[in-house]
Design a protein around this ligand. Structure first.
Ligand SMILES: *[C@@H]1O[C@H](CO)[C@@H](O)[C@H](O)[C@H]1NC(C)=O
Ligand SMILES: *[C@@H]1O[C@H](CO)[C@@H](O)[C@H](O)[C@H]1NC(C)=O
Ligand SMILES: *[C@@H]1O[C@H](CO)[C@@H](O)[C@H](O)[C@H]1NC(C)=O
Ligand SMILES: *[C@@H]1O[C@H](CO)[C@@H](O)[C@H](O)[C@H]1NC(C)=O
Length: 627
């Protein structure tokens, strides 16, 4: 049971000192460069996506904002954000990747759909909504797609020069949307809607100015720019947007998305140009979505990216919204219609990780249905204090853990991490572990698994792509080679490569499109990554087991969080002398120290030399240690 300290743990101690240095210097930098100190703490707020997909309207938004102002603003939740497609008409035929339903003005800029946002009629945009949100004491945010609308490009709309109020002219000619839209760079997951803009052209930059100046004029305080990061990584455009925002008189926070396959290396050149950046794919209310956040949060903590220098302030790795309470489903044109699938333990675990990792906290549930349990969870005073007022936040590797019960997992569930079964993962396609897939009879795609590559094999069934109106277009010859993958023996649905591979309802989305390459690789159309397969034994240390995080508070108190990612309960323990390495000082002055288990409020002494607890499957425990 006892685990020796691994090499990465030793480096953790070093990182501690480095991170405190960086912390100090970024404070100074932000103060030194003058007037703006944006996002000095991880932002908090509410975002409409998890509960409304794209179909929110003005009344529902303002109602949610009012509840946020009444109940959550006292706890620091400040940003009320309208998520994507606020310019799209909510009519038959319109959907996530439909074409031709957007309101676009004479300068090629989207404006709110007046049916859904009546106060925008007559060219008012979001001005009145923003005024009302501000009157509630809140800040107002909107989601934006990177680049320019395909409708504007097809209509060759002129570009507004904000300096002259007239069409933009350069080299003696009037430039239009079709001069700056990069038709070969449409958004991978909304190819009919938006495309990148040529930011090398003066007209491209003028277009961005015309967009963001207008948002500032409306009273927007926060923009979430999508299809610009992660698998849609467009560093030039991130920097162009960032420069544009810096020149505005109004301070506007920049949040970028998506976070699919984001690593510290990918984020390296970007974090100083933004205020928050997603580091995972969309997080829905499923344990399989929550679990990968542990690894990526650790890597960003190790890379000192938590609260590093950002655009006009600091920047924060963003673990995505909190999908608790009343929700909708991805890709449906329907408002909130179901409750979160996460158990209470899983919600608490998610809230605790988000707090320990200092992620922005954006609640996703419909606030009109906010119950006391959810309210207490998202306003938990200790968690909110940790989220805003701790330092040295990182995973703590010196832990020991063992199972205290058999796995609770029922067999036959469509969970690829079942003990004994193989574990699917994604890796870059030049990784050797991605080969070995082959077609077998009956349209199966199979791969052997097991350490010796014994004869056990894992198969999925090839299925024709769904008839597509949204998402994926199958038109050309080569697309015939693309398919869905369906689990065998169960009604598993289609293999989905959005966050980590899993089976979910088959849909018309490129995240469920796969192809088998000549090298025996199974490649995802969505991310361009390739599928890997490990036996669960090999995968165990990554996908199950125990984790701990530590952070230090304003008054020198230490927070220690245990997380059990396993399907069975586990006893998790740390030795006090190891914890002293985090604190950088002796803790074992027993009579002076208190160790409080935060969930229960119970105190215990540190005399025994270790802190241990039995943690239920997917559960967590938090200790606050004061000496
Ligand atoms: C918009 O223009 C693109 C080419 O730029 C074309 O493929 C597409 O059919 C056009 N869409 C419509 C509805 O006109
Ligand atoms: C970051 O910038 C450096 C220096 O310009 C460049 O070599 C590197 O490729 C960039 N990284 C990414 C992920 O774009
Ligand atoms: C939530 O649970 C329902 C019912 O089991 C299921 O159909 C749905 O796919 C789940 N949603 C997510 C995001 O896991
Ligand atoms: C495993 O496969 C090899 C080669 O295909 C075959 O010779 C062997 O009999 C198989 N073993 C079992 C246990 O099926």
């Amino acid at each position: 049971m006892a685990m020796a300290a691994s090499p990465r743990i030793l480096s953790t101690v070093l990182v501690l000192f480095v991170s405190s240095l960086i912390w100090g210097s970024c404070e100074a930098a932000a103060a030194g460069d003058g007037r703006r100190r944006l996002a000095m703490l991880p932002p908090r707020g509410w975002n409409s996506y998890d509960s409304f997909s794209w179909t929110i309207d003005e009344a529902a938004f303002l109602h949610n904002a009012q509840i946020m102002a009444d109940k959550l603003l006292p706890h620091g939740y400040q940003y009320a954000v309208i998520d994507f497609l606020w310019y799209r008409k909510n009519v038959n035929g319109a959907g996530e990747d439909s074409y031709g339903f957007d309101s676009v003005d004479q300068w090629g800029r989207p404006f709110p759909d007046p049916e859904r946002f009546p106060s925008s009629a007559g060219g008012e945009g979001f001005k009145h909504v923003a005024d009302k949100v501000h009157a509630m004491g809140l800040k107002f945010g909107i989601h934006l797609m990177n680049g320019i609308s395909t409708q504007a490009v097809n209509a060759s709309t002129p570009i507004l020069d904000v300096d002259t109020g007239k069409a933009y002219v350069e080299d003696g000619r009037q430039w239009t949307a079709s001069d700056i839209g990069l038709t070969h760079r449409t958004c991978a997951w909304m190819s009919n809607g938006f495309m990148s803009v040529n930011t090398d052209a003066g007209a491209g930059r003028a277009f961005l100015r015309s967009l963001y100046q207008q948002y500032a004029d409306w009273g927007v305080d926060f923009v979430k720019v999508d299809c610009i990061f992660g698998t849609d990584y467009s560093p030039k455009e991130i920097m162009a947007v960032s420069e544009t925002l810096k020149e505005l008189e109004r301070p506007v926070i920049l949040s970028i998305s998506p976070g699919t396959e984001v690593t510290p290396a990918l984020a390296e050149n970007i974090t100083q140009h933004v205020d928050m950046f997603r580091i995972t794919g969309d997080d829905w209310d499923s344990w399989k979505d929550v679990r990968p956040h542990f690894d990526v949060a650790r890597s960003f903590a190790d890379a000192n990216k938590i609260g590093a220098t950002g655009l006009q302030g600091r920047s924060w790795p963003d673990l995505d919204m909190l999908p608790f309470g009343r929700l909708t489903d991805a890709g449906v044109n329907q408002g909130p219609h179901r409750s979160t699938n996460l158990t209470f333990d899983e919600q608490l675990t998610q809230m605790l990780l988000w707090s320990m990792a200092k992620s922005p906290l954006m609640f996703g549930g419909d606030l009109r249905h906010l119950n006391d349990g959810t309210f207490n969870l998202i306003t938990h005073p200790t968690l909110l204090k940790i989220n805003h007022h701790t330092k040295n936040n990182m995973e703590f590797g010196y832990i020991q853990s063992e199972r205290t019960s058999e796995s609770d997992e029922q067999s036959g569930r469509s969970d690829l991490t079942n003990n004994g079964g193989p574990v699917l993962g994604l890796a870059t396609c030049n990784d050797k572990s991605t080969g070995g897939w082959h077609s077998s009879s009956k349209d199966h795609i199979c791969r052997g698994f097991g350490i010796q590559n014994d004869n056990a094999s894992f198969c999925m069934s090839k299925a024709k792509l769904l008839p597509t109106s949204d998402g994926v277009t199958i038109s050309s010859e080569e697309d015939q080679a693309k398919f869905h993958l369906v689990g065998i023996d169960t009604n598993d649905g289609c293999l989905d490569a959005s966050v980590s591979p899993m089976f979910s309802t088959c849909e018309q989305h490129s995240k469920q499109v796969w192809e088998l390459t000549e090298n025996g690789q199974l490649k995802s159309s969505y991310s361009g990554l390739c599928a890997t397969l490990k036996s669960s034994k090999e995968g165990e240390s990554e996908t199950t087991g125990a984790r701990a995080w530590t952070a230090t508070g304003d008054k020198g108190e230490i927070y220690l969080a245990f997380f059990n990612l396993d399907t069975a309960s586990r006893k998790i323990a740390v030795r006090v002398p190891d914890l002293e390495k985090v604190a950088g000082r002796k803790l074992a002055r027993k009579h002076l120290c208190t160790c409080t288990e935060v969930w229960s409020g119970k105190s215990r002494s540190l005399m025994k030399g270790d802190i241990s607890a039995v943690v239920s499957s997917h559960g967590s425990i938090l200790f606050e240690i004061q000496c």
